[in-house]
Write a protein that binds this ligand. Structure first.
Ligand SMILES: [Zn+2]
Length: 593
């Protein structure tokens, strides 16, 4: 084990020796629900309702321990048979609980449940007020219930989906995994590549011919199979459409917005502001063309590396010091909370053979300090990743005073602390960089990432809106690809040379089929955090208590309301414009080097 390596102490979740005993305890708890059921009546006392909420909190935490320990264990040792065994046991127990408690959820939502008297609005209000941190979540669930159908219809839809759209999504993936790619850069021999990741390495190649060949090889497979992808997508969209009409939603995208706790207006404004600010990315593409010595950037080249300065290695301890120092100078609470996670040995730092890749932060319950998984290899990006994941943990700790059901922030706010953390550390690294050449490479990467998370995602959603409308009216595969090409033309303007081949790109975006309209989640979170960062830069110290309040609210209040209190209106253009001020600042600096 390298000197600097840190590994998780999972005993804080649950010592392995306690697993079976806790399972038995939970089996007992399961029986206790029979004590609560007869009490569930609209006229029940607030004290009884609170008693149930407390009981659910306690069992919920135990379930989180039982389920969380083997899951975390498996992520750092994917070959462990024992972890898999315990994970299976925990899942079985979890299923028993959800079967036993489903009725309670439906009853709280105000649905008709056999053998129970329906919970009316007035009594719901009275009872929910008895547990203030859960009030918002429970009321929201009631609001969603309006779009829920009868139990019999829901059952039918569930069965239909399992044998229908769910299978289509799998089928789509199956078609894709069987692809072999013919990679043939001009003047070189053809190579057959068997996986998309092997192929996509060349999208980042220094050689423009390799970049082009990679994109062509990829898109060629979608062109050949476009009828299949169209058939799958068309069926999914039609299903989505029948479903939202049946459930009384006003539009296709509204289904997603309501699930995300975001008003329709906010998304409308967000997508428009993205469109109006696309020129900043056009500037970036022109800048990049110049850097690469090209007259105009081709779509194949947008992820091409700059002739960057050689990247130095940063050790884990050095990274940690940068992150902690930066957090300390940003807000005392940030530094303190990051240290709580590190000192508790809740960070697993380095890659290992049987450990999973990537990075995440797992928050199991308010009483358990969050766990952070990293794969630190010493790249600059690893420092940002550490800041990002610790940011998630810090967010959870700010909200640790809340019960389980309210600790996690809802989607609009869930990336706030993580992206803020990443941003302040990025600025610090920029400051510390040895010379302008390094700064230029860092900023160029940042602009590339920013394009991919912001503008690209906004245009996926734009395409989806058009595609759903077109499919409703009737459209051919070719026409749909034509619609996609039009959105690309708008996205890139004349800053990038498009190739006709890219009209098939829509078929390879898995989210469009698997989770319609999901793509804005990425740009929403990123832009919101950028806007808050802009606010911090303007207001300085005075901003800190405000952001702390936002973080401490967790998921206990409406995101819109929490933001309004700090002077942010997510439906206002001006607010989103603030985010682009930061992106423009990056591009301005980039052009000056
Ligand atoms: Zn994140």
């Amino acid at each position: 084990m390298p000197m600097e390596e840190m590994r998780w102490n999972l005993d804080d979740v649950l010592p392995k020796s306690r697993f079976d005993a806790l399972c038995r305890e939970l089996e007992e708890n399961l029986k206790q629900y029979d004590y609560f059921y007869p009490k569930l009546k609209p006229g029940m006392s607030e004290a009884d309702f609170k008693e149930l909420a407390d009981f659910e909190e306690k069992t919920g935490e135990k379930l989180a321990r039982i389920g969380g320990m083997p899951q975390l264990w498996e992520s750092v040792d994917q070959k462990s048979q024992e972890a898999k065994l315990l994970k299976g046991k925990a899942e079985d127990l979890g299923l028993k609980f959800s079967n036993k408690t489903r009725k309670i959820g439906l009853w709280l939502q105000g649905k008709e449940v056999e053998g129970m008297q329906r919970l009316d609005d007035k009594n719901a209000e009275r009872l929910f007020r008895a547990v203030p941190p859960l009030y918002y979540g429970m009321m929201y669930a009631r609001k969603l219930a309006k779009h829920t159908l009868s139990e019999a219809e829901e059952k039918l839809i569930h069965e239909k989906d399992m044998a229908g759209v769910d299978v289509l999504v799998d089928l789509r993936e199956l078609i894709e995994t069987e692809f072999h790619y013919k990679f043939k850069p001009k003047g070189k021999k053809e190579k057959i590549l068997k996986t998309v990741s092997d192929l996509l390495v060349y999208a980042y190649s220094k050689d423009p011919k390799e970049r082009e060949a990679a994109a062509r090889a990829l898109l060629e497979k979608y062109r050949e199979n476009i009828d299949k992808f169209f058939m799958v997508y068309q069926a999914i969209v039609k299903d989505w459409w029948h479903d939202y009409e049946r459930r009384g939603y006003e539009s296709a995208i509204q289904v997603r917005n309501i699930a995300n706790h975001i008003p329709d207006k906010a998304i409308e404004v967000l997508l428009n502001v993205c469109k109006e600010n696309k020129d900043v990315y056009h500037r970036y593409f022109r800048f990049k063309a110049k850097e690469l010595g090209m007259k105009k950037l081709r779509r194949f080249d947008i992820y091409a590396p700059l002739k960057a300065a050689k990247e130095g290695k940063i050790g884990f301890n050095a990274s940690r010091k940068i992150v902690l120092d930066t957090f300390d100078s940003f807000a005392k609470g940030f530094g303190e909370k990051a240290r709580i996670i590190l000192n508790a040995k809740h960070v697993d730092s380095h890659p290992r053979e049987t450990k999973r890749g990537g990075a995440f932060c797992a928050t199991l319950a308010p009483k358990i300090i969050p766990y952070v998984l990293l794969n630190h290899t010493g790249k600059e990006r690893d420092v940002s990743t550490m800041a990002h994941e610790l940011g998630h943990g810090i967010h959870s700790l700010y909200a640790a005073h809340l019960p389980m059901g309210a600790q996690h922030a809802n989607l609009p706010l869930s990336e706030t602390a993580s992206t803020l953390g990443e941003m302040i550390v990025f600025e610090k690294l920029l400051e510390k960089a040895k010379n302008d050449k390094e700064r230029k490479a860092m900023l160029s990467d940042k602009m590339g990432d920013s394009f991919a998370t912001i503008l690209r995602q906004a245009y996926f959603v734009k395409f989806e809106i058009l595609a759903h409308e077109a499919i409703k009216k009737g459209v051919t595969a070719d026409q749909l690809s034509g619609i996609y090409l039009e959105t690309l033309k708008e996205e890139f303007g004349d800053s990038v040379e498009l190739d006709e081949m890219f009209k098939y790109e829509w078929a390879r975006i898995p989210h469009l089929a698997a989770t319609p309209f999901y793509c804005y989640a990425y740009n929403f979170g990123e832009l919101l955090s950028l806007a808050l960062f802009a606010k911090y830069k303007k207001e300085g110290e005075a901003f800190i208590p405000k952001i702390e309040k936002v973080l401490a609210a967790g998921g206990s209040r409406a995101p819109e309301e929490v933001l309004r209190e700090i002077g942010v209106d997510m439906c206002s253009r001006q607010f989103w414009e603030g985010s682009f001020d930061i992106v423009r600042e990056w591009q301005d600096r980039l052009e000056k080097y």
